[in-house]
Write a protein that binds this ligand. Sequence first.
Ligand code: COA
Length: 285
Amino acid sequence: MTTGAVGVSTLRAMTAQDLPSAHKLSSEQQWPHRKADWVRLLELGQGVVAECDGHVVGTTMWWTYGADHAVVGMVIVANSQQGKGLGRRLMQAAFDAIGDRSILLNATDAGLPLYRSMGFETIGTIFQHQGAAFAVPIAELIPDERIAPMKAGEIETIAALDRRAIGMDRRDVVLYLCDYAQGVVLNRSGEQAGYALFRRFGRGLSIGPVVAPDRGGARALITHWLGSNPGMFCRLDVPEESGLSAWLDGLGLPCVGRVTRMCRGTPPSADKDVQVYSLANQALG
Ligand SMILES: CC(C)(COP(=O)(O)OP(=O)(O)OC[C@H]1O[C@@H](n2cnc3c(N)ncnc32)[C@H](O)[C@@H]1OP(=O)(O)O)[C@@H](O)C(=O)NCCC(=O)NCCS
């Protein structure tokens, strides 16, 4: 363990041993992540912690998506240590590791001034919807369309679809998520046209990523998961351009917050024919 002078924070690589402390930091911010969620995030990516007098007082994590992109998340500084430049140092450590890649993140209002000052620009808004007392919508499928459980042999096709939708190569993340999430596929005329994963996350269950060719397809995928889980606490993080926010409000899954999607560098260029309708989560995008 690296130790510094009393009261001075030092930065070092995050390890699995740091996760209980990291979990305390996110709980202090009222973030819903369970320790298991932190474990999965570190299995998929890397992080740096700031340590002061033997205590973890700050975190940042990143996930590289191919040679051109990375996403940053879980940027937290303990309340008692904020405003001392630690957030900026943690972000710089992430930049140093990420190199020349364009970086995306979903910023809380607290993080906006820091990210703006470090070259991030706003590219969108994400609405957080959640609740347990939702009405189960009626599935509206079009002719030749059906929702079916995802099969192991479909995962590479799903990863390719995801890449087109998000404009970044996050195949490893998709494969990892598919390993423990439940998945359904939207088939149109016998072709895989979209997918939706469903898994434990935070306070309850998360529906995402949802990738579909259009809003109707996305609604059908989401309807599948809501319909099989009435009364369960479900969460979705939907981009503003998904146009799903009002629909979710109407079902009884209210919008409880929003974050700002930001990019440093060239934003990913996504395929117009297939779109992300719900994120994997705010950290992974
Ligand atoms: C966002 C956060 C990580 C910033 O960490 P920090 O250590 O307080 O930030 P720094 O001291 O490095 O400040 C960096 C910049 O943020 C801005 N900033 C920091 N505190 C601020 C405040 N109270 N009001 C306005 N701007 C502020 C300033 O622009 C500052 O720039 P400067 O260095 O030129 O003064 C921290 O506030 C935090 O953990 N918040 C709660 C969790 C969260 O929302 N994380 C962001 C997730 S996307």
